[in-house]
Design a protein around this ligand. Sequence first.
Ligand SMILES: [Zn+2]
Length: 134
Amino acid sequence: MPSRPVSAEREALWMAKLQGCYAEYAQRYFQGDIPTVPVRISWRLKRTLAYARHLRENGRPAEVVVSGKHIMLHGWGQVHATLKHEMIHIWQCAHGLKPGHGADFKALAGMVGVEPAASEYVAPLKMRRKRRNS
Ligand SMILES: [Zn+2]
């Protein structure tokens, strides 16, 4: 199991914060026309900021997984943008569309206020050891 660099309490707080943002964006940007799915944090993602998972059997949206390293390295401003990006994929799934970055994604990205060209893949998320001043 990969180690979690923050306390379980902090991780739980972050997940609650993400879930709160999800609920807020669902109303603000999707007028509630999006299913509520759990938002989870993963420490295993190496080059992926986040992803939206859907069920294989019926294509229904299942959850959003956000990289804990993304939160630690890039801060909440970028994490919020990433969450909105993944919510567009959840919306696509819920409306029988293939999750992707095509024309429907770009149109929604404009409404939600995220980069239409954004991708959730980046260079490997390397965590540096914190240097302590002696
Ligand atoms: Zn995407």
